[in-house]
Design a protein. Structure first.
Length: 281
């Protein structure tokens, strides 16, 4: 183990945390403010990744332009799904079961259209890096991290500095009191549900650019991102990003210093330690 290898691993882990933060952001906001545990965020992210792959390889549309198409489409899907929750008054635990079913449906749809084979979206920037001293920084990983920072900052400002954000937090804290002050909790919840799904779609764009795609990978992300959302604090976009960086860093250093086989245990080990130290997240 050299200092250069250690620093390279740390940089890679922090950048990986950007993807974790993007995936956990929508889940954290939905769970914390809407009281809905939306497992379909993971399936939507991978659907967004496959759509990015399709648009890029078949139609020649650049990935970052694909995001401009995918985000509004997923926003509408999030509103449609939330209308089902509102119509049938789905509660927190029931939402976990319903969205698990939606996840299975989306996974089956992906496998039917694109098969279960591994796919790789090759772009001119796939292997592009720039050097800082002895450290190499991948351009695509850095762009995902920057996007995560910008979205987390925008979400924090929206929640804390705008009337819509304050209405959302008030409705999440006490819907009856919020309604007494003229806040339409249902209306603002539709907006947040749509935004959460749009964030999942944007995360999918970067998954397509950085990773290898396979429908079976949806389940492999669920546990880690759940831990990130809980560690970061439900309803906290900045917390989701910080927790993603923590888990990504811990996983990367574990693979480098100890053994790659130990990496999947890191997220849950950190979660257990934090819950023991601070039972209420």
């Amino acid at each position: 183990m050299t200092a250069t290898l250690f620093l390279q691993s740390a940089v890679g882990g922090i950048l990986l945390g950007g993807i974790y933060g993007l995936l956990a952001m929508g889940l954290s906001l939905s769970w914390g403010l809407l009281k809905l545990v939306n497992l379909s965020h993971f399936a939507l992210a991978f659907l967004g990744a496959y759509l990015t792959y399709e648009l890029g390889t078949v139609h020649g549309i650049p990935a970052y332009f694909s995001a401009l198409l995918i985000a509004p489409l997923f926003f509408l899907f999030g509103i449609a799904l939330h209308s089902v929750f509102v119509r049938f008054r789905v509660k927190e635990f029931a939402s976990l079961l319903v969205t698990f079913g939606v996840t299975i449906l989306i996974e089956s749809l992906i496998q039917w259209i694109w098969s279960a084979d591994f796919l790789r979206y090759e772009t001119p920037y796939a292997q592009t890096t720039f050097r800082i001293g002895s450290i190499f920084v991948p351009v695509l990983d850095l762009s995902a991290f920057v996007c995560a920072v910008l979205l987390a900052g925008a979400a924090w400002i929206a929640l804390n500095k705008t009337m819509l954000g304050k209405a959302l937090r008030a409705a999440a804290h006490d819907p009856s009191v919020a309604s007494a002050f003229g806040i339409n909790s249902t209306r603002v919840s539709y907006i947040l549900a749509g935004l959460c799904s749009a964030i999942a779609g944007i995360a999918g764009v970067f998954i397509a650019l950085i990773g290898t795609l396979a429908p079976s990978q949806i389940e492999s992300w669920i546990g880690v991102v759940f831990a990130v959302a809980i560690i970061g604090g439900l309803g906290s976009p900045a917390g989701a990003l910080a927790a993603g960086m923590l888990i990504g860093l811990a996983e990367s250093l574990t693979m480098t210093v100890v053994n790659p086989a130990w990496a999947p245990l890191v997220a849950f080990s950190v979660l257990i330690v934090i819950l023991l130290r601070k039972p209420v997240i």
